[in-house]
Design a protein around this ligand. Structure first.
Ligand SMILES: Nc1ncnc2c1ncn2[C@@H]1O[C@H](COP(=O)(O)OP(=O)(O)O)[C@@H](O)[C@H]1O
Ligand SMILES: [Mg+2]
Length: 230
């Protein structure tokens, strides 16, 4: 198993203001699997994705990434796991506005120790893969929402992480662009053995899932291989 979440609970805040975002969640995702996480707004999807991505610690429970228990790791050890294992694609793109498209990708490569000509070459390959090679010199503000999301995906792929976590990756995209992105993610799962977890509300995305897990009120309420009918 690439990701193992065991009995994970997450609460935000304290006292009367405590929000119980996740309640004893168990979920495993294997290498090469494209798993979709669905559920109403506020059900805990982003919280679960953030815990799987080691950007948020659970209140209790265990998380293993590629066999390694991460909940006990220190604040100094966690960034290394994130850097080596995980690529994120967020709802809000999170591109650096003062860097060009290519520089946004190269920055991610540099953080992974890939520099100079090699970083330049790889950034071009990544932009080609998401159909944006001709936008390499553009500023993020000059791109459409869909193009920004494709840059974010290219950036998440920098350093070839084993795990890609995507929060509503097609929300800002038209149907054709959204399908192209999902095709790309599925290819990464099935042909490159990446583990892909996608949070989505988009029913058009369902045919792309190997498995669909639904979450309600912080608990897994349904799980199955059936596609697109639930
Ligand atoms: N940083 C936070 N502080 C307090 N409450 C939060 C925080 N993040 C999320 N929550 C709450 O936790 C619950 C789950 O949120 P979230 O994981 O974002 O759900 P989803 O992604 O399914 O919409 C919601 O009730 C939300 O308001
Ligand atoms: Mg969310």
């Amino acid at each position: 198993m690439m990701i193992e979440v065991c009995g994970v609970t997450k609460s935000y805040g304290a006292g009367d203001a405590t929000v119980h975002a996740l309640n004893r969640v168990d979920l495993s995702v294997s290498a090469g699997e494209m798993l979709f996480l669905m559920g109403p707004s506020g059900s805990g999807k982003t919280t679960l994705l953030s815990i799987m991505g080691c950007i948020l610690r659970p209140t209790s429970g265990a998380v293993r990434i590629a066999g390694q228990e991460v909940t006990g790791l220190s604040e100094r050890q966690l960034p290394r796991i994130r850097l080596e294992q995980i690529g994120f694609i967020f709802q809000g793109f999170n591109l650096f506005p003062a860097l060009t498209v290519r520089e946004n990708i190269e920055l991610a490569l540099n953080l992974k120790g890939i520099r100079g000509n090699e970083s330049r070459r790889r950034s071009e390959v990544l932009l080609e893969r998401v159909g944006l090679r001709d936008k390499a010199g553009q500023w993020p503000t000059n791109l459409s929402g869909g193009q920004k999301q494709r840059v974010a995906i290219a950036r998440a792929l920098a350093g070839e992480p084993g795990i890609i976590l995507a929060d509503e990756p097609t929300a800002a995209l038209d149907g054709t662009t959204g399908r192209a992105i999902l095709d790309l993610l599925r290819e990464l799962a099935h042909e490159k053995g990446r583990t892909i977890v996608v949070v989505t509300h988009d029913n058009r995305a369902l045919p792309y899932a190997d498995r669909i897990v639904t979450i309600e009120d912080g608990q897994i309420s349904g799980q199955g291989p059936e596609k697109g009918d639930g």
